[in-house]
Design a protein around this ligand. Structure first.
Ligand code: CMC
Length: 402
C-alpha cells in the first residue's frame, strides 16, 4: 500500500500494480501446499505427493492438509469415525436433486446441491467460531461422495443408495454409485485403492482458480457451503477441472493413433488447444500425471486396457518431441490420463469433474480455514484501471436519435 504514496500529481490515485489473472501476484501466505513448477515438485505440508500417494489413504491426507500433521493411529481412527458419521444427507437434499432434469450435468447438480446445504445447516454462518467451522468441515468431507453419487444415480434413473458405514471412503463411494440388488456391495480392492490414490493426488493444489474462488467468496464471511459451491462452479470450467472430460471428447474426435499428427498440426495452427496439456505453474511434467500413469497400469490389469490409451500415448510422444510444445514447456497435466483411467473404471465422462471435486473439497476447506484465521486477510477486493467515459450528461430519449 506504500506504493500508493507515489503520485504524479494531486489528482493521481497513486501507483498500483496491474496483474490480470494474478500472473505474478501472491494473494496470501499459505503453509498448505508447495509447488515448484520448474522442477515438477508437489508437496502437501512438506510431504512429497509421491510418498503420500504410495503410503497413505485419502482421509489421512485430508487430515494432514487440514490440520498440518499426519494423524497417529488413534487420531486417524477418530477422524474416520467422524467423517463416516457425517456421510448421510438430509432427505430434503434428495428431493432437491429430484427436481433436476434427467440430463442435467452432474457438476451442475453437485454445485447447486452443495449450495442448498447452506439452508440445511444455518449454523454454518458462524464462520468465526472454530468449533462450528470444524463441524462444517466434517460435514462437507463426509457428504461430498454421497452427493456426488446421488447426482450419478439421478442421471441414470436408479434409486439412491445410502452410505454403508462398514466401508472405507472410496469403497463407500463406489457402493453408492454402483450397488444394485446385491445385499452387500463388494468393491474391487485394486479399483478402490486406485480411486483413493486419485483422491490424494487431487486433494489440493494451492492457489488455483477454484481455491481462489473459495478464498475470495469466503473472505466475505460467507458460509462454507456457499463458498464450496462457488469453488465447485470454478472447478467445472473446461480450463480447470472440466479438462479431464474434454480430454476424453478430444480422444474420441481424434479416433485413432494414425490421426494424431494431423490433429497436432491443427493445435499448432491455433485452431484449438490440446486438452490435458499445459499448466500455469508446471513448466515440467506434472508430478501427479506421473503417479496416475503408474496407478493406471494397475487399473488396466483389472479392467483391461482402454483403447484410448494408445491415442493418448501417441499424442504425448509426438507433443513432447515437437518444437511448439517444447518451446512453450507444455507437458501432460493431471487431467491427461485421469479421464482414461476413470473411464476404464466405469465412470462416464460427465462424472469426471465431480470425481475431482470430492477430494478437492478437503483442499478448499483447508484454504478457507487458513484464510479465515489469517489476521492479514480481509475481504477480497481487487482494484481496477477504469477505461470508460469521463463524466457525461444523460441525453433525453427524444434527442438520442434513431
Ligand atoms: N495446447 C496448445 N497450446 C497451448 C496449450 C495447450 N493445451 N496450453 C497453452 N498453450 C500455448 C498458448 O496458446 C500460448 O501460446 P502463445 O505463447 O503462442 O500464445 C502458450 O502456450 C502459453 O499458454 P497460456 O494460455 O498463456 O498459459 P496459461 O498459464 O494462461 O494457461 C492452461 C494454462 C492450463 C489454462 C492452458 O495450458 C490450457 O488451456 N490447457 C488446456 C486445458 C487443461 O488441460 N486444463 C487443465 C489444467 S490442470 C488441472 C487444473 O488446473 O484443473
Amino acid at each position: 500500500m506504500d506504493l500508493r504514496q507515489i503520485k504524479s500529481g494531486a489528482e493521481d490515485t497513486g501507483l498500483m500494480t496491474y496483474d490480470p489473472a494474478f500472473m505474478n501476484t501472491s494473494s496470501c501466505r499459505s503453509a498448505i501446499t508447495f509447488i515448484d513448477g520448474d522442477k515438477g515438485i508437489l508437496r502437501y505440508r512438506g510431504y512429497p505427493i509421491e510418498q503420500l500417494a504410495e503410503q497413505c489413504t485419502f482421509l489421512e491426507v485430508a487430515y494432514l492438509i487440514l490440520f498440518g500433521e499426519l494423524p497417529n493411529q488413534p487420531q486417524l481412527k477418530e477422524w474416520i469415525g467422524e467423517i463416516t458419521h457425517h456421510t448421510m444427507l438430509h432427505e430434503t437434499s434428495k428431493k432437491f436433486l429430484e427436481g433436476f432434469r434427467y440430463d442435467a450435468h452432474p457438476m451442475g447438480m453437485l454445485t447447486s446441491t452443495v449450495a442448498a446445504l447452506s439452508t440445511v445447516y444455518p449454523d454454518s454462518r458462524q464462520v468465526l467460531d472454530a468449533e462450528s467451522r470444524l463441524l462444517q468441515i466434517k460435514r462437507l468431507i463426509g457428504k461430498m461422495p454421497t452427493l456426488a453419487a446421488f447426482t450419478y444415480r439421478h442421471s441414470v434413473g436408479y434409486p439412491y443408495v445410502y452410505p454403508d458405514n462398514d466401508l472405507n471412503y472410496a469403497e463407500n463411494f463406489m457402493n453408492m454409485l454402483w450397488k444394485m440388488v446385491e445385499p452387500k456391495y463388494q468393491a474391487n480392492p485394486v479399483l478402490a485403492r486406485a480411486l483413493d490414490i486419485l483422491f490424494i493426488l487431487h486433494a489440493d493444489h494451492e492457489q488455483n482458480c477454484s481455491a481462489n474462488a473459495m478464498r475470495a467468496v469466503g473472505s466475505a464471511q460467507t458460509d462454507p457451503f456457499l463458498a464450496t459451491a462457488a469453488a465447485c462452479a470454478a472447478l467445472s470450467g473446461p480450463l480447470h477441472g472440466g479438462a479431464n472430460e474434454e480430454v476424453l471428447k478430444m480422444l474420441d474426435v481424434i479416433g485413432s493413433k494414425d490421426k494424431v499428427p494431423a490433429y497436432i498440426e491443427k493445435v499448432k495452427a491455433g485452431e484449438f488447444k490440446l486438452m490435458g496439456f499445459g499448466h500455469r505453474i508446471y513448466k515440467n511434467y506434472d508430478p501427479r500425471a506421473k503417479v496416475i500413469k503408474w496407478a493406471a497400469d494397475k487399473v488396466f490389469e483389472v479392467t483391461g486396457r482402454n483403447a484410448k490409451l494408445d491415442i493418448a500415448l501417441e499424442l504425448e510422444r509426438i507433443a513432447l518431441e515437437d518444437e511448439y510444445f517444447v518451446k512453450r514447456k507444455l507437458y501432460p497435466n493431471v487431467d491427461f490420463y485421469s479421464g482414461i483411467m476413470y473411464q476404464a473404471m466405469g465412470f462416464k465422462p460427465e462424472m469426471f469433474t465431480v470425481l475431482f471435486a470430492i477430494p478437492r473439497t478437503a483442499g478448499w476447506l483447508a484454504q478457507w480455514q487458513e484464510m479465515i484465521t489469517d489476521p492479514e486477510q480481509k475481504i477480497a477486493r481487487p482494484r481496477q484501471i477504469y477505461t470508460g467515459h469521463e463524466i457525461r450528461d444523460v441525453i433525453p430519449m427524444e434527442k438520442r436519435g434513431a
